[in-house]
Design a protein around this ligand. Structure first.
Ligand code: NAD
Ligand code: TDX
Length: 366
């Protein structure tokens, strides 16, 4: 039985992981620590407070007293570290928060883990600090370059990627220098339920349903490898349970797509769904599809992202051979599940778009 601290558990991947883990390991204790930045949403964790073993703590990973008291009082033996500033565009406009949370925050967490787990007589018998990172640390690929392996030299291009690269190095150094038991996973682009509609896929779905432009950066030829979030959760589970301490593992979806193809695919699927389900036109009257017009008419090519990486691709051979990792969801089925989830969870995304998802904070902490 594990006793976990899950940082950033009110965000997209963290919340999916909390649900995944709670279903699979109902006897585990899991404490979620989240600062509830704009990306944290208590609605992502709805239903969790009824589960035994679960506790939510509103707080910052940089609060060393808080983290130390949680590790000690709750006798936690595993940290799964998701908390981060995660959106590349925001890191271009306001990089400071990325350094604060991704670099200094991660270091703060490592420092406390070291103190509580390595320097105290009452430390747990064993411990693990799992760090959740990204493929963006490896830089950008050309069309014929081989996919990123764990040996690919780091070449981060955005302030976001640089801050994640710095955090990866800090995690590594705490293992090498102090003997902290760590693992790291570097993962490709996730999509699925509860993703904040600032990222490509949920933004395009929300805008298509509300009749807003679908902004495609540059010529839309940039390529990403797409991974359904549940497969990422499974990959992290495998690393936590069977990964070698001190190692890093790439986790990918084995599904490279150009942005413009994804946007067109979303448009086509929404057109089909509206033609099959007459209720959708009444529910989403602003959607072009409600009037029988193609959703693709909303596609708008806009100024490119500064320093926009052209292609990411993950070689997950190591995870496959050592951990038997395989993504189970294809992009086709995962995109279908995601669009269905968005159609069934209009209240969730509307509350994010109009800001009312922040009411929980106001009610509880004003
Ligand atoms: P997200 O932005 O949806 O969620 C981040 C969460 O962290 C939020 O709940 C936020 O409130 C919390 N947080 C931020 N700063 C904090 C702080 N100082 N203290 C405590 N909590 C804080 O992010 P996500 O997309 O779920 O990504 C989770 C992790 O996975 C990140 O580390 C990210 O770098 C990594 N990752 C994401 C992707 C992706 O496609 N989204 C891919 C690979 C890796
Ligand atoms: O409106 C948009 N139009 C557009 O063309 C947005 C939001 C994005 N894009 C493009 C930029 C990228 O090429 O789509 C691609 C995907 O963009 P994002 O969803 O912002 O993701 P990306 O920049 O690839 O980074 C994501 O994957 C790696 C996550 O946000 C990171 O947290 C993760 O580490």
């Amino acid at each position: 039985m594990r006793r976990l601290l899950i940082t950033g558990g009110a965000g997209f991947i963290g919340a999916n992981f909390v649900r995944y883990w709670a279903d699979k390991y109902p006897d585990d204790r899991f404490v979620v620590l989240d600062a509830l930045t704009y990306a944290g949403n208590m609605a992502n964790l709805v239903g969790m407070s009824d589960r035994s073993g679960y506790r939510f703590v509103h707080g910052d990973i940089s609060d060393q007293d808080l983290v130390a008291s949680l590790l000690k009082e709750e006798k936690l033996d595993t940290i799964v570290h998701f908390a981060a500033e995660s959106h590349v565009d925001r890191s271009i406009h306001e990089p400071d928060a990325f350094i604060r949370t991704n670099v200094n925050g991660t270091h703060s967490l490592l420092r406390v883990a070291r103190e509580v787990w390595l320097e105290r007589d009452d430390a747990p018998d064993t411990h693990l600090f799992h760090h959740v990172s990204t493929d963006e640390v490896y830089g950008s690929l050309g069309p014929d370059d081989p996919a990123f392996t764990e040996e690919t030299p780091y070449a981060p291009n955005s302030p976001y990627a640089a801050s994640k690269a710095a955090s990866d190095h800090l995690v590594r150094s705490y293992h090498h220098t102090f003997g902290l038991r760590v693992t790291t996973s570097n993962c490709s682009n996730n999509y699925g339920p509860y993703q904040f509609p600032e990222k490509l896929i949920p933004l395009m779905i929300v805008n298509a349903l509300t009749g807003k432009p679908l902004p495609v950066y540059g010529d839309g030829s940039n390529i990403r490898d797409w991974l359904y979030v549940e497969d990422h959760c499974r990959g992290i589970e495998l690393v936590i349970n069977s990964g070698r301490v001190g190692e890093t593992y790439n986790i990918g979806g084995n599904d490279e797509r150009a942005n413009i193809d994804i946007v067109k695919e979303i448009c086509a699927r929404i057109d089909v769904l509206f033609s099959q389900r007459p209720g959708l036109a009444a529910a989403f009257p602003e959607a072009p599809a409600a009037a029988g017009r193609p959703t693709a008419s909303l596609i708008t090519f806009v100024k490119d992202r500064l320093g926009h990486d052209w292609r990411y691709a993950i070689d997950a051979t190591k995870s496959r051979s050592e951990l038997h990792y395989e993504p189970l969801e294809s992009f086709d089925s995962g995109l279908g599940r995601t669009i269905d989830w968005m159609l069934s969870n209009e209240t969730w995304w509307r509350s994010v778009m109009d800001g009312s998802y922040r009411d929980w904070l106001e009610k509880n902490y004003s």
